[in-house]
Design a protein around this ligand. Structure first.
Ligand SMILES: NC(=O)c1ccc[n+]([C@@H]2O[C@H](COP(=O)([O-])OP(=O)(O)OC[C@H]3O[C@@H](n4cnc5c(N)ncnc54)[C@H](OP(=O)(O)O)[C@@H]3O)[C@@H](O)[C@H]2O)c1
Length: 252
């Protein structure tokens, strides 16, 4: 299952897509790419300046005016997510996709140095929030003729290793979440759920996980855009309940 070699991406015109972690790294690049293909993008992250930078880039490239949602996912509860979904519905009228790119990370350390508070943050932001935010948006997604929900996995969630601790464990839950959402909803709705594992990418997060690495020795976020555009757009309509590792690719 690879994106086409010479992708002819279908337009995302008219679609509304929510991107978490839209102020930096993969979320920023994907949000700009979705908007460049015509989507109206809801930009979510904590840091307003970074969201504004993404907003400005989209407008400068002639994309539809995005909406900004400065929001701390860690602080939210069910009612907060319901209000957020209500605000998106009120201002943007519809929702055709979510890219869950936001992630919490502290450092690579042995388990004996990790704290309960760190694990609570990791499990909430990286696993419980993708569930809860998606659930709060289901009424809008169910109204879409072709909705795509993308969770962002991490290879150590599939192949855990020493020192990746709570971060790896939190990411390991996304594959079952993908399967369960898919099995429960694929027959009754047009929503598809998949997890995309980017593989190593030069981003602010990568510089935290691999601080000694030479910058630019890894792929850039823009290199992965074919995957994000393909999985968000109608060309991947048949792809449901999959965990897709961009660094490996999968045969159909
Ligand atoms: N880079 C890699 O090599 C790599 C490899 C495998 C998987 N991934 C995954 O790819 C995704 C994107 O990561 P990235 O590499 O692009 O790193 P990044 O630039 O650090 O992106 C993480 C984003 O999460 C947002 N965020 C963190 N906590 C938040 C909170 N409580 N509320 C709202 N937003 C929050 C941050 O924005 P604010 O600080 O503004 O809130 C930031 O924009 C992540 O899910 C990561 O696990 C990355």
């Amino acid at each position: 299952m690879n994106p086409p070699d010479s992708p002819q991406f279908a337009s995302l015109k008219g679609r509304v897509i929510l991107v978490t972690g839209a102020g930096s790294g993969l979320g920023r690049e994907a949000a700009i790419a979705f908007a460049t293909q015509g989507a109206t993008v809801a930009l979510l992250g904590r840091n307003e300046n970074r969201l504004e930078s993404t907003y400005d880039e989209i407008v400068a490239r002639g994309g539809p005016e995005p909406a900004m949602f400065p929001y701390d996912l860690e602080a939210a509860d069910d009612s907060g997510f319901e209000r957020l979904a209500g605000t998106i519905s009120y201002h943007l009228k519809r929702l055709d996709g979510i890219l869950h790119s936001a992630a919490a990370f502290f450092s690579l350390t042995p388990l004996k140095q990790q704290t309960l508070a760190e694990w609570e943050t990791l499990l909430k932001v990286n696993l419980a929030v993708p569930f809860a935010l998606t659930r709060s948006c289901l009424p809008m997604l169910e109204s879409s003729p072709d909705a795509s929900v993308i969770f962002t996995g991490e290879s150590h969630g599939q192949q855990p290793a020493a020192y990746w601790g709570g971060y790896a464990v939190s990411k390991s839950g996304l594959a079952p979440l993908t399967t369960i959402f898919s099995q429960e909803l694929e027959r009754s709705t047009n929503i598809r759920f998949n997890t995309l594992i980017p593989g190593p990418v030069n981003s602010p997060l990568r510089r935290k996980t691999h601080p000694g690495e030479t910058i630019d020795s890894q792929p850039q976020p823009a290199d992965l855009l074919p995957w994000y555009l393909w999985l968000m757009g109608p060309e991947s309509r048949h792809v449901r309940g999959q965990v897709i590792d961009c660094s490996k690719g999968l045969e159909p």
